[in-house]
Design a protein around this ligand. Structure first.
Ligand SMILES: [Zn+2]
Ligand SMILES: [Zn+2]
Length: 109
C-alpha cells in the first residue's frame, strides 16, 4: 500500500509557494492588501479553512480589525500604507522586496 509521504507533500507545497512567490502573478492583489511577497505566498494560506472570525488589534494604532479566519495581520491597512510596511508581518516592505528579489535570483525555475 502506498502511503503519501507527508514530508514530500510539504516540500511540494513549499516549492509551489516559492515558485509562486518568484513569479508574483498576484502582484496587484498583493499590493492592494499591502502585504510582502513571503507573507502573501508562504505564510498566508490562500484558502480559508475554518470560517471562524478573529478580531485582532493593530500593533501600531490599536484599531481592532476582524479577519475571516484565524490568520490575522499585525497592522491595519491604514498604518501599512502610511508607513510602507507589510500589513501581515509589519516589516519594512521595501527592505523585504529587496531581499526577496536577491533570494529569488538564486531559485532557478
Ligand atoms: Zn493601525
Ligand atoms: Zn510580510
Amino acid at each position: 500500500m502506498f502511503k503519501p509521504n507527508r514530508t514530500a507533500m510539504k516540500l511540494k507545497t513549499l516549492t509551489k509557494s516559492l515558485i509562486a512567490m518568484k513569479k508574483d502573478q498576484n502582484e496587484n492583489a498583493r499590493k492592494k492588501q499591502h502585504v510582502c511577497a513571503p507573507c502573501f505566498y508562504l505564510h498566508r494560506p490562500m484558502k480559508v479553512g475554518m470560517q471562524a472570525f478573529t478580531t485582532s488589534e493593530c500593533d501600531l494604532c490599536f484599531t481592532p480589525s476582524t479577519y475571516p479566519s484565524s490568520v490575522v495581520d499585525k497592522i491595519c491597512l491604514g498604518c501599512a500604507e502610511k508607513r510602507d510596511l507589510c500589513a501581515h508581518c509589519g516589516d519594512d516592505l521595501k527592505a523585504i522586496e529587496k531581499q526577496v528579489s536577491v533570494l529569488c535570483n538564486e531559485i532557478i525555475i
